[in-house]
Write a protein that binds this ligand. Structure first.
Ligand SMILES: [Cu+2]
Length: 402
């Protein structure tokens, strides 16, 4: 990720996080996460750049002791584990008020960590799924001011993302690539590839509260941000997915769901803020396989879904051919709609425009405020792309670059 010292306003020593070209730092990919592995996290202050260039004070996690070192991250580094593994997390608080660490929906929780103190929490990784780690103190203040991240647990065995799939979820994953409903891409394995997932960690920022925390920090005193005031007066001005908004979110390949027809993808959706979304996907309906770490008995097949504060939701996006493209389903799309794929929608003067291949669709939210930034700049809010890169027979669309 990009870092630079934030010197211009005199806040020397605070790192600044920019929105461009930042991927979610993956602290420990599953293949590197050996049993007994220790994770070191530090809570510190940083300036985070919003989509309009505004610098906003945050409390964030970093991992300076990991290899390679991870600087201040917004959201915090994504942590990966295998179900049942022994994990130790050391959390250092360099801030000026007590903080804590919790994995939502589990019993994994530290006591308050005093300023300057490091606490250790050891546990066995819970059942496989998509979790959210937060600072639960002064709820919701500490998590909303930036202390949150994704905690992803993969199963030790099986062909689903879960340790204990329900029969319906097991059947869905068995069917991927083996049934007429889910044709398999010619060059892909049968079923779901565990490497094909995305994290969408949704967050919102009301800079008024961050400014109050910054004034306290600069004065060397504990935060005076009040939880009741935040709950009553929170007015989000920025909406991020994985720390980015608008064009930066939509064009980030760590956020875009992309693949060829017949290459299903799992989307792990988290909400660390206070806003309720109605996320809506074009091109394909999705299967809701897990809701708040409960693997579903009745797997919904829908195109819009409520995402409440602290929710953890898994979607399986099947990557079937978009069913609303008219025409013979036996003709590859590159032959059925060659003119559309060759089209570039002109941009503003000097802009290269928007090529229509790879075939792009949006994920947007039906709660319109979330689509804006800075009080109305549309569509610079919570959006993502859903790109089809090629046909099911193994031939890619034009412009596909790996
Ligand atoms: Cu739409």
């Amino acid at each position: 990720m990009k870092r630079r010292d934030f010197i211009k306003t005199g806040l020397t020593g605070l790192a600044a996080i920019t929105v461009g070209n930042v991927k979610i730092p993956g602290l420990f990919r599953t293949e590197a996460f050996a049993a007994g592995r220790t994770i070191d996290l530090t809570m510190e202050a940083a300036m985070v750049e919003m989509v309009d260039g505004t610098q906003v004070f945050h409390w964030v996690f970093s991992s300076p002791l990991s290899t390679p070192a991870i600087g201040p991250s917004f959201p915090g580094p994504a942590l990966f584990a295998t179900a049942g593994e022994d994990i130790t997390i050391n959390i250092k608080n360099t801030l000026k008020e007590p903080h804590a660490f919790q994995i939502v929906g589990t019993r994994i929780l530290t006591p308050p960590i005093s300023p300057g103190q490091t606490r250790t929490v050891s546990f066995k990784a819970p059942a496989a799924g998509s979790y959210l780690y937060i600072d639960p103190l002064n709820d919701p203040v500490n998590r909303v001011l930036g202390l949150h991240g994704a905690f992803i647990v993969i199963p030790a065995t099986g062909n689903t993302p879960y340790s204990f799939p329900t029969p319906m979820v097991q059947q869905l994953f068995n069917d991927l690539g083996t049934t007429p409903q889910f044709p398999r891409h010619a060059l892909s394995q049968v079923g779901w590839d565990p490497a094909r997932f995305r994290i969408w960690l949704h967050h919102q920022i009301d800079p008024a509260f961050n400014a109050q925390a910054q004034a306290d920090f600069d004065a060397g005193r504990a935060s005076t941000v009040n939880s009741a005031q935040m709950r009553a007066n929170f007015l989000p001005r920025y909406f991020t997915i994985n720390g980015k908004s608008g064009v930066f979110a939509a064009h980030d390949h760590a956020t875009t769901i992309e693949g060829r027809i017949g290459q299903p993808m799992l989307v792990r959706i988290l909400n660390s803020g206070l806003y309720t979304y109605s996320n809506h996907l074009h091109a394909n309906h999705f299967y809701v396989t897990s809701l708040n770490n409960v693997v579903q008995d009745n797997v919904l097949f829908i195109d819009s879904q409520t995402l409440k504060p602290l929710d953890r939701i898994d979607w399986v996006v099947p990557f079937i051919r978009p069913p609303d493209i008219a025409g013979d389903p036996n003709i590859p799309l590159r032959e059925l709609i060659p003119e559309e794929l060759a089209l570039t929608i002109p941009g503003a003067q000097g802009s290269p425009g928007m090529p229509q291949s790879p075939l792009p669709y949006p994920m947007h939210c039906h709660m319109e405020t979330s689509q804006t930034a800075a009080g109305g700049n549309y569509p610079q809010g919570s959006i993502a792309h859903f790109d089809f890169l090629g046909d099911v027979d193994g031939v890619d669309f034009p412009n596909v670059i790996e």
